[in-house]
Design a protein around this ligand. Structure first.
Ligand SMILES: Nc1ncnc2c1ncn2[C@@H]1O[C@H](COP(=O)(O)OP(=O)(O)OP(=O)(O)O)[C@@H](O)[C@H]1O
Ligand code: SF4
Ligand SMILES: [Mg+2]
Length: 326
């Protein structure tokens, strides 16, 4: 059975200026042992989707107005609160971008890691601390035994992010959602943390949802990609196929704006214009004001997600042209 399947999810925010449609019919799925990367510019609805899945959406102003979040076939959105909390605590975990604000500054990391075992498994303080050291070893924090009584600020950014990963792994969840887990780190540390996450995911056969705005980060670790724009999925594909031949102009724009080592000095082709205001998403294809291929049809009709090939879909009226151009 599919581990997690999001079906036609809609989330909106009621603000003073009107209703912001942050998520407009998103569907994707992830299997055990699989990594799905969710990609898109700032404001495209990646985090809001994750929050709705995890049950940590700000309600109000947020509101889930439609769809399903099926965890092993059961819709989390209609489960009783108690049951939902149980699944969220033990079977799903989330890793955030900013470890420093997610960790408590006045408690040692050993205490915070151990708390998972004390609260959820009723272990004694001593046992819990021993497990905390094990976890720190597992996420390759050097000298774990000596450092278990240190406070979060005594660790580097990369090491803190490892502690966050350890915290997420503590109860051996079936699914981890990592929201920009490496964005705050410098590039070499980013790669190490990403590699660690990928290794652990394989070892535990977890489903991993990796949210990022950086296509470069996901190439080596993701199995498949869902590209979001203005709260919709505009393209889904296995990662290699998407890189080889994007079937949506927005994906192509993202790919063209990745800095490449072999083209040092070349000008990057950043996507023109700004992401749309979610209070006033353009009619037709939301990408049309920025799209180099836009024409009349694009302003008149919203493209559905067309099947392009097995396991591939694109929400562009002219996906065939895209594929032939590639
Ligand atoms: N608490 C909130 N109140 C009002 N609107 C919100 C709130 N949280 C999110 N939104 C709206 O939802 C949109 C999508 O936000 P989201 O955080 O999902 O973007 P994102 O794709 O994760 O971007 P980023 O890459 O910057 O993290 C925002 O642009 C905003 O309009
Ligand atoms: S539907 Fe039109 S505007 Fe939208 S991505 Fe395709 S060509 Fe561009
Ligand atoms: Mg976000």
């Amino acid at each position: 059975m599919t581990l997690l399947q999001v079906r036609d999810l809609h989330v909106e925010f009621r603000t003073r200026d009107g209703v912001a449609r942050a998520v407009n019919g998103v569907s994707w799925s992830v299997e055990a042992g699989e990594t799905l990367a969710v990609l898109g510019e700032s404001g495209s609805g990646k985090s809001v989707t994750a929050q709705a899945v995890m049950g940590i959406l700000d309600v109000p102003p947020g509101r889930i107005t439609g769809g399903q979040v099926l965890f092993e076939g059961r819709d989390l959105l209609t489960l009783p609160d108690e049951e939902r909390r149980r699944i969220r605590g033990a079977r799903m975990a989330m890793i955030f971008q900013d470890a420093l604000s997610a960790l408590n500054p006045v408690l040692t990391v050993g205490y915070q890691l151990g708390e998972m075992f004390r609260v959820h498994q009723g272990l004694s303080r001593r046992e819990a601390k021993a497990r905390a050291v094990e976890l720190m070893d597992r996420v390759r924090i050097p000298a774990a035994k000596a450092r278990v009584d240190d406070f979060p600020h005594q660790f580097s950014g990369g090491m803190r992010q490892r502690i966050m990963i350890a915290m997420a792994l503590a109860l051996e969840p079936d699914l981890i959602i990592a929201d920009e887990p490496t964005t705050a780190l410098d590039v070499t540390v980013q790669a190490q943390v990403m590699e660690l996450l990928a290794d652990l995911q394989r070892e535990f056969n977890m489903g991993l949802i990796l949210i990022t705005h950086d296509l470069g980060v996901v190439a080596d670790v993701a199995d498949k990609i869902a590209v979001m724009y203005a709260g919709r999925i505009v393209e889904t594909a296995p990662v290699k196929e998407l890189y080889r031949a994007p079937a949506h102009p927005y994906t192509k724009g993202l790919l063209d704006s990745i800095p490449r080592l072999d083209q040092k000095g070349h000008q990057l082709n950043a996507i023109q214009g700004m992401p749309p205001n979610l209070l006033r998403i353009p009619p037709g294809c939301a990408y049309n004001p920025r799209c180099p291929m836009a024409r009349e049809t694009c302003r008149a009709a919203e493209p559905p997600l067309y099947d392009v090939a097995a396991r591939r879909a694109s929400a562009c009226h002219f996906w065939k042209e895209m594929c032939h151009a590639g």
